[in-house]
Each structure stands twice: as C-alpha cells, then as structure tokens.
Design a protein around this ligand. Structure first.
Ligand code: ADP
Ligand code: MG
Length: 613
C-alpha cells in the first residue's frame, strides 16, 4: 500500500545514453546481468555487515545475510533479493538515476575513448545495474534502508528514459529486484540456466546464494583464506570444481601480495600434460577475479603463453579501482599482474627443484617442454627459466638430469663453453662419433633428446656468461691430445685427405685430419652452421625452400683408425674398391650426424662392397 502518489523522474542524460546502448546492443552474453545484480547484492550485504559493527539501531537486525534468487517460468520473471543495506528514496534517485557510481561511469568513459562499437565492453566492465535492461521489459527495485525512520520504496522503469518512485509497505530491509523478461529472453526464468550462470560467475560470493530455495554456492573462495587453515582435501575439491578437472593437482602455489598490486592467487599444476598426450593446445585458463566475482574465465594475457598449463584463480582488488582512475589502463594493469605472478611462480619452481627434487623431476618430465618454450621465447624471464631446465649428460647416469648451474660447477678452469649434443636418445649419442673427443678431454656434454632442443639452445645462447655450443658444430676448438701410437704419418695423412676430397668431390667442402676423434674412423661436421640437421628436418616437414639443397659437410678423419690405415693402402692398390669405401665412410658419418636423407644408393653400394669380400 503506498502512502504517497508515484513520482516520475527523467534519467540523467548520460544514463539515457547508456541505456540506449545497453538495450540495443548485440552483446551476446546477456547473462552477465545476473553476475552484476548478484554482486550488487553482495556489496550491499558487505555494507550492512560493516554497519552492524558501527551502528546500533538497525532495521530488521535479525535477518540472515543472504541472497535469494527466484525464477518464475510462467510469469517470465527473475527476482533477486538481498538483506543488505538497502536504499532510501534519495539513494534510489542518486544511485540508479545518475552516473555517480563506478562501474557504469567507467563504461561510458571507455565508450568515449573510441569503444562505441565494441559491445564487448559490456562484458569487460559490466554496466552494473543497467545491464538488467539487456533482458528486461521492466525492472522494479523494492528497497528499504537500514535506517529505521526511512520508509520503503519501489523504483520502476522500462529503461526508456524515465523512472518512477513510489512508497511501499511490506518490504524488509534490503532490496528486491524484479525483472520482467523480454519475450526473447524468457530462458532467464529457467532454473537450470540460472543455476549454471550463478555457478559460473558467482560461485565464490561470500554470502549464501539460494536459487528457488536451494543453496548454490557451496564452495568457498579458498584463495582468500589463510594457507595454514586449509586442508589438502579442500584444495583438491576446489581444484576439481574450479578447473573442471578430474585428476588431483600435482602441485599448488597459494600466495598473496600487497605491492605493487593487491593479489591473491591460487594456482594449480595438473597431474598430466594433455598436450603431450596428443590433445589440442591447452587454452590459458587461470581465471581473473575481483573480490570473488569472476571477470574473465580465460583471460589471454594474464600469464605468458608458456604458462598455459596452469589452472586456478587470480584475484586482484586493484582491478576496478585502477580501472576507474585511469581509464583503459587495464592493459598496463594486466601486464603488471602478469609480471608479478610469473616471477612468483618461477621462484616457486626454483624452490621446488631445491627442496623436493624428486617431485620436481616428475613435474619436469611432464611439463618441461613448456619451460623450454618459455626459455626460448619469453625474453623477459629467460634467465630465470633457463635455471630450471634439466638435461642428462655424459656425466650423469641414464635417467638422471643435471642443471646448467651444476654443470658449471663441474667445469675445469680452462673450459669456457657449455657443450651439448642433440640426438634421439642416450645410446645414439654415446655411440656416435662426436662425444669421444669430449670424453677424452674430460669435458662434460649435455644430452638433448627432444626435437626442439637445438632451437631452445640456440635461443638461450648462454648461461652464466658461458656460451652454449653444439659439440657437433664445426667451430668447436679443442685442445691437443698427445699423439697416439700407430697413426698414419703426416705425409700419408695429407695424401689420403686430398685423395678423399678429390674422390668425394662436391659432397664435401673439406677433408681434414681430426683432432677430436679417438675411436671412430670419421665424422661429418656441418658446413652450414645455421642449417642443423634438426633445422633441415623441420624445413623438410614444412616443405620449405633450402631443405633439399645437397648437404655439404666437412669430413674429419681419424689417422689412428684401422679403417683409415687400410684405406690408405687400398687407395693406390685398388682405387675402384677404395672409392666405394670412401663413399661408404662419408655416408656412415652422415648417418651419425642425422644428415643422410636417402639411404637407397648407400644400400646398393654396400652390396657391391660385399661382393668384393
Ligand atoms: P556499481 O556496483 O559499480 O557501483 P551499479 O550500477 O551496479 O554500479 O550500481 C549502482 C549503485 O546502486 C551501487 O553503487 C549501489 O549504491 C546501488 N545499488 C545497486 N544495487 C543495490 C542493492 N541491491 N542494494 C543496495 N544498493 C544497491
Ligand atoms: Mg555493481
């Protein structure tokens, strides 16, 4: 029963403009109006909780602090009720008729800065209360202030330029917002749909939300609680709920920071790397929240690409504050968040590697590929990430890995560079011809088994001021070893190398006696530093130009090897047979280098050689 007649008001000009955009926008995710109204309800409850501490005389002080959402599928309405602080008549006019408040003001500013056609802005900032008009024919706001002397009112509008305010009886403290849905928005009166929306955006609101009498937000915003109060099972339950995951989290990082930004974050590493299992590229899925209300489920730039395997939540109070102070500075803000979180996460991994080496190893086996991607591509964090990389080496046992830092501690005083070899596995590298020179000189070589490693090493370039050098690169300079007994003499070696160059012709750029071979007869070194075998294979796979140009290598021979001594004898005695042997030695060297593209001619030649046995 109203005691006064309804009074009509015009909306402020800016609000008219805003309503016009909202009502006619083609923004597809209209559902965010629920998020906006629920967070307003939550704000109002937060305010009454605060007021209850500072004030004594509060209307309906016994009310439970909660949010009740009801849907009426027949009447096509959705109603959102809170027992919060409520609004007086003056506050209804001030808050819902003018543009004094944060969210919508921000929206209008952004529009002014050239966003007029970008209906996505609605989703980014929310347009607060007015988003209701995306779906509403009419909105009624019943509200009663906490101040006992203030009567309750209903605010009514169809969003077309004016609103009415009238006094009402029968309204307890708080607000009741009744939305009469447009004909094509009737599904927001469907309980299932609304439940889904509440769970998506408002799952962590601190006050109970009941939908048609049933409690829907049962999971807590764990990230805001103190670490030592939370049990492992709670973390696991939260992970499964938030990340829609079925596994148990492998590791977690729960932290907060105050400067340079207020951040509460709870990050999870899943058990398995689904990309490795052959599933599609993982989408970044750490969600961005502001005070428990979701802003974006999959923000693109919140974390660097290579951290796309992380799950969890980042909550920053500074988000809306900063946004309203410096319009459209949200990019810079997200970048700041990105920096802080990435640094913190890398520090966490460093600690894990130090304190829980086994768990780190397991993590690395599964997710190391992402770290490699980061080391190669994320220039800002390269040094920190490089410390986290692990490789087997000529000094580790099979299956045990070492870090660059540990490698450096084992380097001799004369060693200036860090050596590595790329190959399909340990056995292949150990039996290839490249390692022996390093072994003979007690130089450690890192073993790289993944196709991307050559690229990663090339991009990382150095560690602790020491260059990373492929042990099969032609410009590696090694110290002299004492001359072994039973070697071909210098003269004979010279004769043999020039004969080999002549015989092999264009297939080699140079043939020379090797200072690095100990047991193997010969090895091939890339003449072209930039076209590594891995690179060639990649280019071939991509059908790139240059991949088919004939491989030209430097052939290094071992004058101590029995094969070479024998070849020296044969090359004058039986030049035809010696030619076949020379070709075969080159092919063998190419195979070890991963450079032999087509083995068919080699097989034919081998049979010819076998005939002569
Ligand atoms: P914002 O929430 O960013 O301030 P909104 O458009 O969502 O902007 O809301 C405008 C204002 O209306 C709020 O600041 C608040 O003062 C008031 N308001 C909205 N909903 C409620 C509510 N349920 N209870 C009390 N006040 C409310
Ligand atoms: Mg709001």
């Amino acid at each position: 029963m109203s005691t006064a007649t309804p009074q009509k008001f015009e909306f402020q000009a800016e609000i008219k403009q805003l309503l016009d955009i909202v009502i006619h926008s083609l923004y597809t995710e209209k559902e965010i109006f629920i998020r906006e109204l629920v967070s307003n309800a939550s704000d109002a409850l937060e305010k009454i909780r605060h007021t209850q501490i500072t004030e004594k005389d509060i209307a309906d002080d016994q009310l439970t602090l909660e949010i009740n959402v009801t849907t009426d599928d027949k009447a096509k309405t959705i109603t959102i009720v809170d027992s919060g602080i409520g609004m007086t008549r003056a506050e209804l006019i001030e808050n819902l008729g003018t543009i004094a408040h944060s969210g919508s003001k921000q929206f209008l500013k952004a529009l002014g800065e050239g966003g007029a056609k970008n209906s996505n802005l609605i989703g980014q900032f929310g347009v607060g209360f007015y988003s209701a008009f995306m779906v509403a024919k009419g909105v009624k706001v019943y509200s009663r202030s906490w101040k006992k002397s203030e009567p309750a009112h209903v605010w009514t509008s169809d969003g077309s330029g004016s609103y009415e305010i009238e006094e009402v009886a029968d309204q307890t403290r708080g607000s009741r917002i009744v939305i009469e849905l447009k004909d094509d928005c009737g599904d927001y009166a469907d309980e299932h749909k609304v439940k889904e929306i509440l769970e998506r955006y408002s799952a962590f609101v601190s006050f109970p939300i009941n939908l048609n009498g049933k409690h829907v937000n049962t999971v807590q915003a764990l990230w805001l609680r103190s670490k030592n109060e939370i049990k492992d099972e709670e973390y696991t339950e939260f992970y499964k709920f938030q990340a829609h995951a079925f596994d148990e989290p492998r590791l977690r990082l729960h932290f907060s920071a105050d400067a340079p930004l207020a951040i509460n974050a709870l990050l999870f590493l899943p058990k398995e790397n689904t990309e490795k299992m052959g599933f599609a590229r993982t989408e970044p899925s750490v969600s961005l929240y502001c005070r428990k209300v979701m802003i974006d489920a999959k923000p693109k730039d919140l974390l660097p690409e290579w951290l796309r395997f992380l799950k969890g939540v980042v909550d920053s109070e500074d988000l809306p504050l900063n946004i309203s102070r410096e319009t459209m500075q949200d990019r810079a803000l997200i970048e700041k968040l990105n920096k802080v979180i990435t640094k913190r996460f890398l520090k966490f991994l460093e600690e894990e590697a130090k304190n829980h080496a086994d768990a780190y190893t397991e993590f690395y086996q599964e997710f190391g590929i992402f770290l490699k991607e980061g080391a190669a591509m994320d220039f800002a964090h390269k040094d920190q990430i490089t410390k986290l990389l692990r490789f087997e080496s000529s000094l580790t046992e099979k299956g045990k890995a070492t870090s660059f830092a540990d490698y450096v501690t084992r380097m001799g005083a004369d060693q200036k560079e860090i050596y590595y070899l790329v190959g399909p596995n340990r056995a292949a590298i150990e039996s290839g011809p490249y390692l022996e020179a390093f072994k003979a000189r007690n130089l450690e070589v890192l073993f790289c088994y993944e196709a991307v490693d050559e690229y990663v090493m090339g991009n990382v370039r150095e560690f602790d001021g020491k260059k990373l050098v492929g042990a099969d690169h032609s410009d590696v300079k090694l110290t002299d070893l004492p001359k072994a007994e039973g070697s071909l003499g210098e003269e004979d070696t010279k004769k043999l190398t020039s004969w080999l160059k002549e015989t092999l012709g264009d297939r080699v750029t140079e043939v020379k006696a090797s200072d690095r071979l100990v047991d193997s007869p010969a090895l091939a070194l890339n003449a072209d530093k930039f076209m590594t075998p891995q690179m060639r294979r990649m280019m071939k796979a991509m059908n790139k130009e240059g991949a088919d140009s004939p491989t030209r290598v430097t052939l290094e021979i071992n004058p101590r090897s029995a094969v070479m001594k024998r070849l020296f004898e044969t090359h004058s005695a039986a030049p035809e047979k010696a030619k076949l042997v020379a070709e075969q030695i080159l092919d063998n060297a190419l195979i070890s280098a991963g450079l032999l593209d087509d083995p068919t001619s080699m097989v034919a030649r081998l049979y010819k050689l076998l005939e002569t046995v």
